[in-house]
Ligand binder design. Structure first.
Ligand SMILES: [Zn+2]
Length: 455
């Protein structure tokens, strides 16, 4: 075979192996984070799957270094802050630089540019990773404050768990002098709550403010959800969401562009019911015993609450929520930025339960597969990565296509680099190894290369 024909064959092979994208017009960016998803867990999923994962179809691969200001080992809060704002910060801090100054996130930049925004998570949406898109806070565990910040500066679409935080009466941060970004006061549990004075119209929620009591007679408490109701369609029933026949996000059968789905009281359940949510660092867990809260919540959303049964396991939620959100964003005809988090891979790692982590990883991979099918040939940048590895997971023995023998070194996070997979316009910039803050700069460059939206 002559040199020329070899070259021709080579270039044909290259053209076939890579989809080509033009930078303009960019339709959108989807950042997918597998929380705690290290390379060893991905390897286990691939080996046990017996065929390549959807992740392995991504043409570009890189490595990110995940250290935080606290040290080599990051937590999710510092990691998502690095990826979305370009600033290393301390563990537990969200959306602040290392001096404690709020820093603008990619989502806030995108929103300013009139892009559509969506956040989808399998944990409470108030958990560190989903919160990283819009929240600025020194303590990730202050989830009522997170709920308020999300309510006051919401994305177009927010789907996950965390209903309790949005229904609880608390003082909005803006009403607390000097502490606007750091504190939210909760209604004291012992305090007398006035009788419900809701109107008799039956239209849920409109009068719910009246059931929130004042604190110390000075600040009026409210529910974050009340604020969101003014601008977004709200759904709190997991079964209603999953049973909907809408291709996109719908309210009473009609497609909507702005949608809040708080489909579990706190976190959504695992993919397989056998994996109990053992790892729950969760100040809201005692809410189940708080009958006053239950009474208030029922008064706030009487119609919704009748159907808001807690799901015991989760099947296809992430795929369905991601596809519907994508279609809702596409229908606006403007660019969009999405964050999709597979939250519970991390919890499998913390619990040293590889089966839990792998079932959650496969759920995320199926979501990616559905997005790749939906977006074939489209000018959408998809980046899939982790915020850190969890558990020091390793594969010790096994045969491809069979269950692997694995072990863990710890119940915490580890400092190893994590892989970055990319496809679409700008994907080529994700090769090589770099700090997690570079994710921000690479995504920002793609956003800035996209033409401004004319109104
Ligand atoms: Zn994490």
């Amino acid at each position: 075979m002559g040199l020329l024909s070899v070259l021709v064959l080579l270039s044909v092979a290259l053209a076939c192996s890579e989809e080509t994208y033009s930078r303009e017009p960019l339709e959108g960016i989807i950042l997918i984070v597998g929380d705690g998803m290290g390379l060893s867990m991905i390897s286990q999923a691939s080996l046990e799957n017996g065929k390549p994962l959807n992740l392995e179809r991504m043409p570009v691969v890189g490595l990110q270094k995940t250290s935080s200001e606290s040290g080599s080992v990051t937590d999710s809060a510092a990691a998502i802050t690095a990826m979305l704002s370009g600033h290393k910060t301390f563990n537990e801090w969200i959306g602040l630089d290392a001096r404690g100054k709020p820093v603008q996130s990619l989502f806030e930049i995108a929103k300013e540019k009139s892009w559509g925004t969506a956040i989808i998570s399998t944990s409470s949406v108030t958990h560190a990773t989903p919160a990283g898109a819009f929240v600025h806070l020194k303590d990730r565990d202050k989830e009522l404050t997170v709920a308020w910040q999300l309510a006051l500066n919401p994305p177009d679409i927010l789907i996950g768990g965390g209903r309790d935080f949005f229904l609880r009466c608390s003082v909005p941060p803006e009403q607390i002098p000097d502490k606007a970004n750091t504190e939210t006061m909760e209604v004291s549990r012992e305090q007398d709550v006035p009788e419900n004075t809701s109107d008799a119209s039956g239209k849920e929620g409109d009068s719910a403010n009246s059931t929130c009591p004042p604190t110390d007679g000075r600040a009026q408490t409210r529910r974050p959800l009340e604020h969101l109701k003014k601008t977004h369609s709200i759904l709190v029933s997991y079964s209603s969401f999953m049973e909907s026949s809408c291709d996109s996000l719908c309210d009473q059968g009609e497609p909507v562009e702005r949608f809040i789905g708080l489909l579990a009281r706190n976190h959504l359940p695992p993919v397989e019911a056998s994996h109990k949510l053992e790892y729950r660092k969760d100040p809201a867990s005692d809410m189940a015993l708080d009958s006053e809260y239950q009474k208030q919540a029922r008064e706030a959303l009487p119609l919704h609450f009748r159907r808001a049964m807690e799901p015991s396991s989760r099947k296809d939620f992430l795929r369905i929520a991601s596809l519907r959100s994508l279609r809702a964003l596409q229908s606006k005809g403007r660019p969009y930025l999405m964050l999709i988090e597979g939250s519970q891979i991390d919890w499998g790692g913390h619990a040293n339960r590889a089966d839990y982590a792998i079932s959650e990883l496969m759920d995320l991979d199926e979501t990616l597969g559905a997005l790749l099918r939906e977006l074939e040939g489209r000018n959408v940048l998809i980046v899939v990565t982790a915020d850190h590895e969890t558990g020091g997971h390793a594969i010790l023995d096994g045969k491809p296509g069979r269950k692997q023998k694995t072990d863990f070194l710890s119940h915490g996070h580890s400092a190893e680099m994590v892989p970055v997979f990319a496809r679409g316009p700008g994907a080529e910039t994700f090769t090589g190894s770099y700090e997690n803050t570079e994710i921000f700069h690479k995504l920002l460059a793609v956003i800035e290369a996209s033409p401004a939206i004319s109104h």
